[in-house]
Design a protein around this ligand. Structure first.
Ligand code: ZN
Length: 293
């Protein structure tokens, strides 16, 4: 995204260092991502938009897909691997090779809409994963839970009205991208939170609105848009979550996945821009998946 941009390569380095320093590295298996296949992209994005991304991807310099979303010569490959990771995560849990997957990927995906890039996002990693689960693995019900501080407008745009997918998104409102508070679609559960909301407020809305809907839906797979920018130390936004809150929501989702999805969870990194808070929140998220907190 350019120098001194918060969506920076150091984010993944911070996660990587934390995995090693915390000893988690020895408790997880690692898998390389392939590039996403064109038909997997087509399940979530308009063919003209996909063509555009491949056409304008620069060999040098920067190209802007929207006011917030730039591509450099490596961005297209990164976006292909990020979506490919989400797809591979679905394959791994469906094959029973692993229980839960965390995709440490950039760029994030949840703002990318059917026909365009937005908010640092090029391809909708979780929506692509959801449609792979439906098209390739014949799943009938996939839940996506998005706890990034920003509304998952792109995911909503792609899955809105598709009853095979339940999409739940908690987000600061009013805030970027401004959407979500007035959505009235049966398969979308939007949970706007006012600036300053802390863990108690987050847990309350999740407990009252998201978790019962997910349980009732009985998903065969749970996908997580795991953004950690609602952390109180993340100054891109103004919510006040802490590591324990990320551990809590992860445990709740693991329990729901155990009820109807054979514990299958694929979590994809979205936002999270304070490197320290990002690394410690990812650690809490992974430990909860490993039943360690
Ligand atoms: Zn975000």
């Amino acid at each position: 995204m350019g120098a001194s941009h918060p969506e920076q390569p150091a984010r993944l380095d911070a996660i990587e260092e934390r995995l090693v320093d915390s000893g988690l590295d020895a408790q997880i298996s690692r898998h390389k991502a392939p590039k996403v296949a064109r038909e997997q992209l087509l399940a979530a994005h308009d063919p003209r938009y996909i063509e555009l991304v491949y056409e304008v991807a620069p060999e040098e310099g920067m190209v802007w897909l929207d006011g917030d979303t730039a591509m450099n010569p490596h961005s297209l490959a990164a976006a292909e691997y990020a979506a490919g990771a989400a797809v591979t995560g679905v394959d791994l849990v469906m094959q029973g090779e692993v229980g839960q997957v965390f995709c440490a990927v950039r760029p994030p995906g949840h703002h990318a809409v059917k026909r365009g890039a937005m908010g640092f996002c090029i391809f909708s990693n979780v929506a692509i994963a959801a449609y792979h689960a439906i098209n390739h693995w014949q799943l009938e019900r996939v839940a996506i839970v998005d706890f990034d501080v920003h509304h998952g407008n792109g995911t909503e745009d792609i899955v809105s009205g598709d009853d095979r997918i339940l999409f739940c998104s908690s987000f600061q409102h009013p805030f970027y991208p401004g959407s979500g508070a007035d959505t009235h679609v049966p398969n979308i559960v939007n949970m706007p939170l006012s600036a300053g909301t802390d863990g108690a407020g987050f847990r309350k809305v999740m407990t009252e609105r998201c978790l019962p809907r997910v349980q009732q839906f009985a998903p065969q797979l749970i996908l997580i848009s795991a953004g950690f920018d609602a952390h109180r130390d993340d100054h891109l936004a103004m919510l006040n979550l802490v590591e324990d809150d990320y551990a809590w929501i992860t445990r709740e989702l693991v329990q729901l996945a155990a009820q109807s999805a054979e514990r299958r969870i694929v979590s994809c990194l979205e936002g999270g821009y304070n490197l320290q808070a990002l690394a410690s929140s990812v650690e809490a998220h992974l430990r909860a998946m490993l039943d360690q907190n």
